[in-house]
Design a protein around this ligand. Sequence first.
Ligand code: AMP
Ligand code: MG
Length: 342
Amino acid sequence: MKILAIETSCDETAAAIVRNEGPFENRILSNVINSQIDLHAKYGGVVPEYAARNHVDMIDVVINEALKLAKIDFDEIDAIAATGGPGLIGGLLVGMVTAKTLSIMWNKPFMAINHLEGHLLTARLCYDVEFPYLLLLTSGGHFMFVEVFGTGKYKVLGETLDDAAGECFDKVGKMLKLKYPGGPLIEEYAKQGDQKRFKYAMPLQKKEGCNASFSGIKTATKGHIQSLGENLTYQDKCDIAASFQGIVINFIERQIKKAYAMTTTSIQNVVISGGVAANLALRAALLNFAEGLNLNFFAPPVSLCSDNAAMIAWAAIERISCGFPYSPIDFNTRPRWPITET
Ligand code: AMP
Ligand code: MG
Protein backbone atom coordinates (compact mmCIF):
# COMPACT_ATOMS: atom_id res chain seq x y z
CA MET A 1 0.00 0.00 0.00
CA LYS A 2 1.27 3.48 -0.92
CA ILE A 3 -0.37 6.56 0.55
CA LEU A 4 0.01 10.20 -0.43
CA ALA A 5 -0.66 12.41 2.60
CA ILE A 6 -0.99 16.14 3.08
CA GLU A 7 -0.48 18.08 6.34
CA THR A 8 -1.38 21.77 6.62
CA SER A 9 -2.81 22.13 10.13
CA CYS A 10 -0.41 24.81 11.37
CA ASP A 11 2.68 26.38 9.86
CA GLU A 12 4.16 23.56 7.80
CA THR A 13 2.98 22.73 4.29
CA ALA A 14 3.85 19.07 3.97
CA ALA A 15 3.31 16.15 1.61
CA ALA A 16 4.67 12.62 1.88
CA ILE A 17 4.42 9.24 0.27
CA VAL A 18 4.71 6.26 2.59
CA ARG A 19 4.35 2.52 2.02
CA ASN A 20 3.82 -0.25 4.53
CA GLU A 21 6.08 -2.95 3.12
CA GLY A 22 9.83 -3.36 3.50
CA PRO A 23 12.17 -2.50 6.37
CA PHE A 24 11.35 0.54 8.51
CA GLU A 25 14.06 2.72 7.01
CA ASN A 26 12.62 2.24 3.51
CA ARG A 27 8.99 3.00 4.27
CA ILE A 28 9.09 6.74 3.70
CA LEU A 29 9.43 7.26 -0.05
CA SER A 30 9.36 11.03 0.33
CA ASN A 31 8.66 13.50 3.12
CA VAL A 32 8.60 17.11 1.94
CA ILE A 33 8.10 19.98 4.37
CA ASN A 34 7.94 23.66 3.59
CA SER A 35 8.24 25.41 6.94
CA GLN A 36 6.74 28.89 7.30
CA ILE A 37 8.94 29.75 10.29
CA ASP A 38 10.59 32.69 8.56
CA LEU A 39 7.22 34.09 7.54
CA HIS A 40 5.94 34.14 11.13
CA ALA A 41 9.21 34.90 12.93
CA LYS A 42 8.79 38.67 12.84
CA TYR A 43 5.41 38.34 14.60
CA GLY A 44 6.79 35.99 17.27
CA GLY A 45 4.13 33.37 16.53
CA VAL A 46 1.95 31.87 13.82
CA VAL A 47 -0.43 34.33 12.12
CA PRO A 48 -3.31 32.10 10.89
CA GLU A 49 -4.28 34.18 7.84
CA TYR A 50 -0.71 34.37 6.53
CA ALA A 51 -0.30 30.68 7.22
CA ALA A 52 -3.37 29.81 5.12
CA ARG A 53 -2.26 31.98 2.18
CA ASN A 54 1.19 30.44 2.22
CA HIS A 55 -0.31 26.93 2.24
CA VAL A 56 -2.25 27.88 -0.92
CA ASP A 57 0.98 29.06 -2.58
CA MET A 58 3.02 26.00 -1.62
CA ILE A 59 0.69 23.01 -1.58
CA ASP A 60 1.11 22.03 -5.25
CA VAL A 61 4.86 22.60 -5.02
CA VAL A 62 5.30 20.18 -2.10
CA ILE A 63 2.99 17.54 -3.61
CA ASN A 64 4.87 17.62 -6.92
CA GLU A 65 8.16 17.40 -5.06
CA ALA A 66 6.91 14.45 -2.98
CA LEU A 67 5.88 12.56 -6.14
CA LYS A 68 9.17 13.39 -7.83
CA LEU A 69 11.35 12.29 -4.89
CA ALA A 70 9.36 9.07 -4.45
CA LYS A 71 9.88 8.43 -8.17
CA ILE A 72 6.31 7.30 -8.60
CA ASP A 73 3.37 8.33 -10.68
CA PHE A 74 -0.02 9.17 -9.21
CA ASP A 75 -1.57 5.95 -10.56
CA GLU A 76 0.65 3.97 -8.15
CA ILE A 77 -0.95 5.72 -5.15
CA ASP A 78 -3.59 3.66 -3.33
CA ALA A 79 -5.28 6.42 -1.33
CA ILE A 80 -4.98 10.08 -0.41
CA ALA A 81 -4.96 11.20 3.22
CA ALA A 82 -5.00 14.67 4.71
CA THR A 83 -5.10 16.17 8.17
CA GLY A 84 -8.76 16.94 8.88
CA GLY A 85 -8.10 18.56 12.27
CA PRO A 86 -7.40 19.72 14.89
CA GLY A 87 -5.62 22.86 13.75
CA LEU A 88 -6.04 26.25 12.15
CA ILE A 89 -9.16 26.26 9.96
CA GLY A 90 -7.62 28.10 6.99
CA GLY A 91 -4.71 25.70 6.64
CA LEU A 92 -6.88 22.64 7.19
CA LEU A 93 -9.23 23.76 4.41
CA VAL A 94 -6.34 24.09 1.96
CA GLY A 95 -5.12 20.56 2.67
CA MET A 96 -8.57 19.00 2.70
CA VAL A 97 -9.77 20.65 -0.53
CA THR A 98 -6.54 19.66 -2.25
CA ALA A 99 -6.76 16.04 -1.08
CA LYS A 100 -10.44 15.76 -2.01
CA THR A 101 -9.79 17.25 -5.45
CA LEU A 102 -6.96 14.81 -6.14
CA SER A 103 -9.12 11.98 -4.84
CA ILE A 104 -11.86 12.84 -7.35
CA MET A 105 -9.48 13.55 -10.24
CA TRP A 106 -7.38 10.41 -9.73
CA ASN A 107 -10.27 8.25 -8.59
CA LYS A 108 -8.57 7.23 -5.33
CA PRO A 109 -10.18 6.86 -1.91
CA PHE A 110 -9.81 9.74 0.53
CA MET A 111 -9.16 9.60 4.26
CA ALA A 112 -9.25 12.47 6.75
CA ILE A 113 -6.77 11.91 9.57
CA ASN A 114 -6.71 13.39 13.05
CA HIS A 115 -3.39 15.23 13.37
CA LEU A 116 -2.93 13.95 16.92
CA GLU A 117 -3.37 10.37 15.78
CA GLY A 118 -0.47 10.99 13.40
CA HIS A 119 1.74 11.95 16.36
CA LEU A 120 0.40 9.03 18.42
CA LEU A 121 1.37 6.40 15.86
CA THR A 122 4.65 7.87 14.48
CA ALA A 123 6.82 5.59 16.61
CA ARG A 124 5.36 2.57 14.81
CA LEU A 125 6.39 4.02 11.47
CA CYS A 126 10.00 4.06 12.68
CA TYR A 127 10.35 1.09 15.03
CA ASP A 128 8.78 -2.16 16.04
CA VAL A 129 6.69 -0.74 18.91
CA GLU A 130 3.95 -3.00 20.23
CA PHE A 131 0.65 -1.76 21.64
CA PRO A 132 -0.16 -0.80 24.35
CA TYR A 133 2.15 2.10 25.15
CA LEU A 134 2.28 5.26 27.19
CA LEU A 135 2.80 8.31 25.02
CA LEU A 136 3.73 11.88 25.79
CA LEU A 137 2.72 14.24 23.01
CA THR A 138 4.41 17.57 23.52
CA SER A 139 4.35 20.15 20.74
CA GLY A 140 3.70 23.82 20.10
CA GLY A 141 -0.05 23.30 20.39
CA HIS A 142 -0.56 20.16 22.46
CA PHE A 143 0.57 18.50 25.65
CA MET A 144 -0.99 15.22 26.70
CA PHE A 145 -0.29 11.82 28.18
CA VAL A 146 -2.12 9.12 26.23
CA GLU A 147 -2.53 5.41 26.83
CA VAL A 148 -2.43 3.97 23.32
CA PHE A 149 -4.23 0.61 23.33
CA GLY A 150 -4.30 0.10 19.56
CA THR A 151 -5.11 1.93 16.33
CA GLY A 152 -8.05 4.22 17.06
CA LYS A 153 -8.14 3.20 20.73
CA TYR A 154 -6.79 5.99 22.88
CA LYS A 155 -7.31 7.25 26.39
CA VAL A 156 -6.13 10.71 27.37
CA LEU A 157 -4.76 10.28 30.89
CA GLY A 158 -3.97 13.95 31.37
CA GLU A 159 -3.38 17.12 29.37
CA THR A 160 -2.40 20.73 29.80
CA LEU A 161 -4.91 22.99 31.46
CA ASP A 162 -3.41 26.08 29.81
CA ASP A 163 -0.38 26.45 27.52
CA ALA A 164 1.34 23.62 25.66
CA ALA A 165 4.98 23.13 26.70
CA GLY A 166 6.28 24.23 23.27
CA GLU A 167 4.16 27.35 23.41
CA CYS A 168 5.68 28.13 26.81
CA PHE A 169 9.23 27.61 25.44
CA ASP A 170 8.36 30.01 22.61
CA LYS A 171 6.89 32.65 24.94
CA VAL A 172 9.92 32.51 27.21
CA GLY A 173 12.09 32.77 24.09
CA LYS A 174 10.21 35.94 23.19
CA MET A 175 10.78 37.34 26.71
CA LEU A 176 14.50 36.70 26.25
CA LYS A 177 14.32 38.34 22.80
CA LEU A 178 15.41 35.13 21.09
CA LYS A 179 14.47 34.35 17.51
CA TYR A 180 11.17 32.47 17.00
CA PRO A 181 10.65 29.60 17.73
CA GLY A 182 12.36 29.89 21.09
CA GLY A 183 12.41 26.17 21.98
CA PRO A 184 15.60 25.08 20.21
CA LEU A 185 17.48 28.24 21.27
CA ILE A 186 16.45 27.86 24.91
CA GLU A 187 17.91 24.37 24.85
CA GLU A 188 21.18 25.82 23.49
CA TYR A 189 21.37 28.62 26.06
CA ALA A 190 20.46 26.21 28.86
CA LYS A 191 23.59 24.17 28.17
CA GLN A 192 25.71 27.03 29.47
CA GLY A 193 23.40 28.10 32.26
CA ASP A 194 23.06 27.53 35.99
CA GLN A 195 19.84 25.62 36.58
CA LYS A 196 19.81 26.47 40.28
CA ARG A 197 20.01 30.24 39.93
CA PHE A 198 16.26 30.91 39.64
CA LYS A 199 13.72 29.17 41.87
CA TYR A 200 10.35 27.85 40.81
CA ALA A 201 7.36 26.31 42.57
CA MET A 202 6.27 22.93 41.17
CA PRO A 203 2.93 23.40 39.33
CA LEU A 204 -0.24 21.55 40.40
CA GLN A 205 1.49 20.32 43.54
CA LYS A 206 -1.66 19.39 45.41
CA LYS A 207 -3.64 18.16 42.40
CA GLU A 208 -4.26 14.50 41.74
CA GLY A 209 -3.94 13.05 38.24
CA CYS A 210 -1.42 13.85 35.56
CA ASN A 211 -2.73 17.05 34.00
CA ALA A 212 -0.21 19.77 33.30
CA SER A 213 0.04 23.52 33.63
CA PHE A 214 2.82 25.69 32.24
CA SER A 215 1.40 29.18 32.62
CA GLY A 216 2.64 29.51 36.22
CA ILE A 217 6.16 28.63 35.11
CA LYS A 218 5.85 31.23 32.34
CA THR A 219 4.69 33.94 34.75
CA ALA A 220 7.45 33.08 37.24
CA THR A 221 10.01 33.33 34.43
CA LYS A 222 8.69 36.75 33.51
CA GLY A 223 9.19 37.79 37.14
CA HIS A 224 12.76 36.45 37.17
CA ILE A 225 13.56 38.36 33.98
CA GLN A 226 12.05 41.59 35.33
CA SER A 227 14.10 41.25 38.53
CA LEU A 228 17.23 41.51 36.38
CA GLY A 229 16.37 44.98 35.08
CA GLU A 230 16.70 46.29 31.51
CA ASN A 231 19.82 44.73 30.09
CA LEU A 232 20.28 41.01 30.49
CA THR A 233 23.78 39.63 30.04
CA TYR A 234 24.39 36.55 27.95
CA GLN A 235 24.94 34.60 31.19
CA ASP A 236 21.63 35.89 32.62
CA LYS A 237 19.86 34.52 29.56
CA CYS A 238 21.63 31.18 29.86
CA ASP A 239 20.73 30.92 33.55
CA ILE A 240 17.07 31.80 32.89
CA ALA A 241 16.96 29.23 30.08
CA ALA A 242 18.54 26.53 32.26
CA SER A 243 16.31 27.20 35.27
CA PHE A 244 13.18 27.38 33.11
CA GLN A 245 13.98 24.21 31.16
CA GLY A 246 14.92 22.50 34.42
CA ILE A 247 11.56 23.07 36.09
CA VAL A 248 9.67 22.12 32.90
CA ILE A 249 11.52 18.81 32.72
CA ASN A 250 11.23 18.12 36.46
CA PHE A 251 7.52 18.76 36.22
CA ILE A 252 7.10 16.48 33.19
CA GLU A 253 9.06 13.73 34.96
CA ARG A 254 6.78 14.04 37.96
CA GLN A 255 3.61 13.92 35.85
CA ILE A 256 4.68 11.02 33.63
CA LYS A 257 5.18 8.91 36.75
CA LYS A 258 1.60 9.69 37.69
CA ALA A 259 0.43 9.01 34.13
CA TYR A 260 2.13 5.61 34.23
CA ALA A 261 0.39 4.84 37.54
CA MET A 262 -2.94 5.62 35.85
CA THR A 263 -2.50 3.19 32.94
CA THR A 264 -4.71 0.12 33.01
CA THR A 265 -2.87 -2.21 30.62
CA SER A 266 0.51 -3.91 30.83
CA ILE A 267 2.58 -1.08 29.41
CA GLN A 268 6.05 -2.08 28.22
CA ASN A 269 6.81 0.93 26.05
CA VAL A 270 7.09 4.66 26.58
CA VAL A 271 6.97 6.92 23.53
CA ILE A 272 7.52 10.64 23.02
CA SER A 273 6.28 12.70 20.08
CA GLY A 274 5.74 16.34 19.06
CA GLY A 275 8.22 19.13 18.35
CA VAL A 276 9.41 19.46 21.96
CA ALA A 277 10.62 15.85 21.72
CA ALA A 278 13.61 17.37 19.91
CA ASN A 279 14.83 18.51 23.34
CA LEU A 280 17.68 16.18 24.28
CA ALA A 281 17.53 17.00 28.00
CA LEU A 282 13.86 15.98 28.02
CA ARG A 283 14.63 12.80 26.08
CA ALA A 284 17.34 11.92 28.57
CA ALA A 285 14.96 12.45 31.51
CA LEU A 286 12.28 10.25 29.94
CA LEU A 287 14.80 7.56 29.03
CA ASN A 288 15.88 7.58 32.65
CA PHE A 289 12.26 7.30 33.81
CA ALA A 290 11.60 4.37 31.45
CA GLU A 291 14.79 2.51 32.34
CA GLY A 292 14.02 2.88 36.03
CA LEU A 293 10.83 0.88 35.45
CA ASN A 294 12.39 -1.55 32.97
CA LEU A 295 10.34 -0.11 30.12
CA ASN A 296 11.49 0.49 26.54
CA PHE A 297 11.75 4.10 25.46
CA PHE A 298 11.14 5.19 21.87
CA ALA A 299 11.76 8.65 20.50
CA PRO A 300 11.27 9.00 16.74
CA PRO A 301 13.82 11.07 14.78
CA VAL A 302 13.35 14.78 15.36
CA SER A 303 12.18 15.33 11.77
CA LEU A 304 9.24 13.00 12.41
CA CYS A 305 8.40 14.37 15.87
CA SER A 306 7.46 17.82 14.62
CA ASP A 307 4.68 18.32 12.08
CA ASN A 308 5.08 16.29 8.90
CA ALA A 309 2.94 14.43 6.40
CA ALA A 310 4.68 11.05 6.73
CA MET A 311 2.98 10.55 10.09
CA ILE A 312 -0.40 11.35 8.50
CA ALA A 313 0.25 8.79 5.76
CA TRP A 314 1.29 6.24 8.37
CA ALA A 315 -1.87 6.82 10.46
CA ALA A 316 -3.90 6.24 7.28
CA ILE A 317 -2.00 3.00 6.62
CA GLU A 318 -2.67 1.78 10.18
CA ARG A 319 -6.35 2.65 9.90
CA ILE A 320 -6.82 1.07 6.48
CA SER A 321 -4.95 -2.05 7.66
CA CYS A 322 -7.36 -2.32 10.61
CA GLY A 323 -10.40 -2.04 8.33
CA PHE A 324 -11.51 1.46 9.30
CA PRO A 325 -13.63 3.02 6.53
CA TYR A 326 -12.44 5.76 4.19
CA SER A 327 -13.91 9.23 4.75
CA PRO A 328 -16.85 10.62 2.81
CA ILE A 329 -15.84 13.26 0.29
CA ASP A 330 -18.02 15.79 2.15
CA PHE A 331 -16.07 15.27 5.41
CA ASN A 332 -16.01 18.61 7.22
CA THR A 333 -12.72 19.94 8.60
CA ARG A 334 -12.63 19.81 12.38
CA PRO A 335 -10.52 22.63 13.89
CA ARG A 336 -11.33 20.97 17.23
CA TRP A 337 -11.21 17.20 17.05
CA PRO A 338 -10.62 15.24 20.27
CA ILE A 339 -8.39 12.20 19.80
CA THR A 340 -11.01 10.07 21.54
CA GLU A 341 -13.39 10.71 18.60
CA THR A 342 -11.37 9.07 15.85
P1 AMP B 1 5.33 21.26 16.52
O1 AMP B 1 4.23 22.04 17.20
O2 AMP B 1 5.21 19.78 16.73
O3 AMP B 1 5.54 21.65 15.08
O4 AMP B 1 6.70 21.64 17.26
C1 AMP B 1 7.13 22.97 17.37
C2 AMP B 1 7.34 23.32 18.83
O5 AMP B 1 8.43 22.54 19.37
C3 AMP B 1 7.71 24.77 19.03
O6 AMP B 1 6.98 25.27 20.12
C4 AMP B 1 9.19 24.70 19.33
O7 AMP B 1 9.69 25.77 20.13
C5 AMP B 1 9.30 23.39 20.08
N1 AMP B 1 10.67 22.87 20.07
C6 AMP B 1 11.39 22.51 18.99
N2 AMP B 1 12.64 22.11 19.36
C7 AMP B 1 12.70 22.24 20.72
C8 AMP B 1 13.71 22.00 21.69
N3 AMP B 1 14.92 21.55 21.35
N4 AMP B 1 13.41 22.24 22.99
C9 AMP B 1 12.18 22.68 23.33
N5 AMP B 1 11.19 22.94 22.47
C10 AMP B 1 11.45 22.73 21.17
MG1 MG C 1 4.52 23.17 13.69
